[in-house]
Write a protein that binds this ligand. Structure first.
Ligand code: SF4
Length: 486
């Protein structure tokens, strides 16, 4: 290609590039950035169907089934694989242009038949991408027709959820799919006077397997029988023994069906379980509680005390010792976090947990950014911040993205950011560390195995944050302040 054939669409002088680089760090630019309405840049959330897929993956023998575009399905699978560094089984009926024009029923028929024939699932969980939602595909009718026409056996469970991503995020898709599966499996299973004696534990959308294992650890120590719904712990964190398993774990379907007769149901996230808990409240036996994620001492205490009260079990000595170690770790490290200003972004339930922990440590949550949340969430966050003097001067921004957050960091700086991998550009531009908590974390290893809930979570978060600040001190201090001991 000759030089004259290449015509650049835009060309800017190095001086102009430098000028704009400076300008986007100013108050003037921030005002323009916050006036933006029709454009979203780097939002801190994923698609509805991705959340639905997390739920579908967490039930025994269940094949997640995407009704929609192949590209969307690849995105969900690759995101899980990058975050967990595990295979993420899911299939898709690959709608294309003709499906968009004539409807996706034929794709669904063929897809369901192939998926059942090839992968022999015990359950197929179907959820949608944007395309079938835009054209209004009727999943109720399509699945009924697929069974009537013999594409799949009549008795095969096929719960489904409508998960349009133009109207919600991964937490809403999670909620819709979980509600649908529980509604399907528990239908006609309620028996008056029957009680399984078990706790139904609903962890909510959580990409941290360490958190799930921490809950399991507490329940086992307290000798409380439970069923976790969904349970992705083995699915996305199974050992490497040389054998690939298509269905490595998940909540047993029979136990999920019996959950309607449970002794108690606890959801550990409020905003990702709204529809599910509505179903539980209207149909399930026993006591129903929605609690905050147990992050920090106070919220972990509340969770354990609730378990103790509901199941009439004392707090075991081993847990009292765990708590004491966490308090000791807080005391040892308080001087490294005390007074530090932090920006925090992520899902509503995670944000409430992280902020609660920071306030306990005497750190200042300073910019709190949630890319999709309601006024109710903002009110709850504001109320939490008001409980501590360290919450003063913190601003909460809902329905703002990470490009908004960048403006905040450049005009009103903080010492660090807490959030998922998507925050790394803003952190780099601002020259501050990113503490990776949330989903997805696709540029560091094993953080999805390191709990941030419970007493161990307190120790882990302190270690991550305090040690990074100490690293920075060692790397940047003048020679006379370079000390052996910190
Ligand atoms: S936003 Fe819609 S079209 Fe885009 S990846 Fe998500 S489901 Fe697919």
């Amino acid at each position: 290609m000759t030089e004259s054939a290449v015509k650049k669409v835009t060309e800017h002088s190095p001086e102009e590039i430098e000028r704009v680089k400076e300008w986007i760090n100013t108050e003037e630019y921030k005002e323009k950035n916050f006036a933006r309405e029709a454009l979203v840049v780097n939002p801190a959330h994923a698609c509805q169907p991705l959340g639905a897929q997390m739920v579908a993956s967490g039930f025994e023998g269940t094949l997640p089934f995407v009704h929609g575009s192949q590209g969307c399905a690849s995105y969900f699978r690759s995101t899980f694989t990058r975050h967990f560094r595990e295979p993420s089984a899911a299939t898709c009926d690959a709608m294309t242009e003709d499906g968009a024009v004539f409807g996706g029923q034929n794709n669904l028929f063929e897809g369901l038949e192939n998926a059942y024939t090839l992968y022999k699932p015990k359950m197929l969980a179907v959820y949608t991408t944007c395309m079938p939602e835009v054209i209004g595909d009727d999943l109720t009718a399509f699945i009924k027709n697929a069974k009537t026409a013999g594409h799949v056996p009549e008795e095969l469970p096929i719960p489904y959820a409508n998960t349009p991503s133009f109207n919600g995020t991964h937490i809403h898709g999670f909620d819709a799919m979980l509600k649908s599966i529980l509604e399907y499996l528990t239908k006609d299973r309620k028996v008056e006077e029957k009680c399984t004696g078990k706790l139904n534990l609903i962890p909510g959308f959580d990409g941290n397997i360490g958190n799930l294992r921490e809950y399991q650890h507490y329940l086992e120590l307290m000798d409380i029988p439970y069923v976790m719904m969904p349970d992705i712990s083995e699915v996305f964190d199974s050992g490497c023994d040389g054998n690939y398993k298509l269905y490595p774990g998940g909540t047993p379907l029979e136990e999920a069906a019996e959950s309607i007769n449970g002794k108690a149901t606890i959801a550990l996230q409020k905003y990702s379980t709204v529809q599910t808990m509505r179903l539980v409240n209207s149909e399930f036996s026993g006591v129903h509680e929605v609690m905050p994620m147990p992050m920090g001492i106070e919220k972990t205490d509340a969770f354990l005390m609730k378990l103790s009260e509901l199941f009439d079990k004392p707090i075991p000595e081993a847990l009292k010792k765990e708590r004491a170690r966490a308090v000791d770790a807080m005391t040892d490290a308080q001087q490294y976090l005390h007074g530090k200003k932090l920006a925090v972004f992520g899902d509503p339930d995670y944000l409430l947990g992280i902020v609660s922990f920071l306030l306990e440590m005497g750190a200042h949550p300073y910019h709190v950014v949630c890319s999709r949340a309601t006024k109710k969430f903002k009110k709850e966050m504001d109320a939490l911040l008001e409980t501590s003097e360290y919450g003063k001067n913190c601003s909460v921004y809902v329905n703002k993205d990470l490009w908004h957050m960048r403006s905040l960091l450049m005009t009103d700086p903080v010492d660090g950011i807490i959030g998922d991998t998507h925050g790394k550009w803003a952190a780099r531009d601002a020259g501050i560390p990113l503490f990776r908590i949330g989903f997805p974390i696709i540029d560091r290893v094993n953080l999805h195995r390191s709990p941030v809930v419970g007493y161990q979570g307190v120790i882990n978060m302190i270690s991550m944050i305090a040690n990074k600040f100490l690293d920075i001190k060692d790397e940047t201090c003048e020679d006379q302040w370079f000390e052996m001991m910190r």
